[in-house]
Design a protein around this ligand. Structure first.
Ligand code: B12
Length: 253
């Protein structure tokens, strides 16, 4: 069964695939996976190489490459879930690349329902590097993941045992806000402020300021580039404005 699934996934143009038994998925900060899907027995994790777009200093182009990948992964998730349901009479549920996720004061929008880094490691797709990203043995750091949960029993693929991070510290030095200074921890707030300058914090600040302004000042504010960028973020959704820890990593380049 694993081989049929592997063949199907790679046939869709996905770069890599791994399997984890649900028992081997342990992510201390995430919800217990059974609370999402009581019958879950396994996770199929798919790996996608980032386009070279992430190297561009033009943030629209960099983010557009990411959106292309996200759209492709959404379609692969759906197709794989349907394949499992049709071919194996399975129950299947999909895990997105990033959003939607629990947006609340408790999580600060920083905890996915399923941690794809923990799932990828458990599925033998890589090991964690100094940048707290999973490094794939072939594709290096520039790789993203999505997953499909199912009620089918599938054994875990062997873990990657080699150390893939070369401890060059380039990721740490190239983080513009020092979010990786402490080993084994990403300073989430520092990272979010830099990577998502038009996220929820900016929206709140903008509208807070807006309510007390005079009609003239409001007019001026609407002409400001900052408002135009916020406007775009309202319909595009999540946009990253920094890819440094990913794009500067020499592993897999
Ligand atoms: C919310 C989110 C963010 C938030 C907060 C991240 C966070 N909590 O760590 C912010 C906005 C800061 C963020 C930033 C980035 N993100 Co992000 N993010 C997510 C998301 C949606 C959820 C993460 C989550 O649940 N975290 C909560 C728990 C799991 O985190 P945690 O347990 O605290 O993990 C930490 C520690 O446990 C430590 N750790 C210690 N020991 C171990 C052992 C193992 C095995 C693991 C895995 C971790 C670990 O590492 C973590 C670092 O803080 C995931 C997608 C997903 N559903 O998983 C993508 C994801 C993690 N992000 C990703 C990427 C690429 C980025 C960015 C490069 C931004 C960008 N331009 O794309 C930066 C990288 C920051 C960095 N170097 O850490 C990729 C990582 C791919 C990879 N190769 O590893 C993911 C998996 C998206 C995807 N589908 O591929 N992200």
């Amino acid at each position: 069964m694993k081989e049929r699934i592997r063949e199907y996934v790679l046939g869709m143009g996905v770069d890599g695939v791994g399997f984890a038994s649900a028992d081997d998925y342990q992510s201390p900060r995430s919800p217990r996976i059974e609370t999402i899907f009581p019958e879950v027995k396994s996770i199929v994790v798919m790996a996608y190489k980032e386009l070279s777009s992430c190297n561009s200093d033009n943030m629209q182009i960099a983010m557009n490459g990411r959106l292309d990948l996200m759209e492709f992964s959404r379609s692969c998730n759906y197709r794989l879930a349907r394949f499992l349901e049709k071919e194996f009479n399975a129950m299947a549920m999909t895990v997105p690349i990033s959003y939607p996720l629990d947006m609340s004061q408790k999580t600060m929008g920083s905890v996915g329902d399923v941690s794809l880094r923990h799932a990828a490691v458990a599925a033998g797709l890589g090991v964690l590097g100094r940048h707290n990203l999973v490094i794939h043995p072939q594709f290096g750091t520039r790789v993203l993941f999505s997953a499909v949960l199912s009620d089918q029993s599938l054994s875990s693929d062997p873990l990657v045992m080699n150390e893939l991070c070369i401890q060059c510290n380039i990721c740490v030095d190239s983080c513009p806000v020092g979010a990786l200074d402490e080993e084994g921890k990403t300073d989430i707030l520092k990272c979010i402020r830099k990577t998502q300058p038009y996220g929820i914090g900016s929206h709140i600040q903008f509208w807070n300021r807006f309510v007390d302004l005079s009609p003239e000042e409001k007019k001026k504010l609407f002409k400001d580039d900052h408002y135009w960028r916020l406007y775009q973020s309202a319909f595009i959704g999540l946009q990253y404005f920094c890819f440094n820890c990913e794009k500067t990593c020499p592993v897999g380049k």
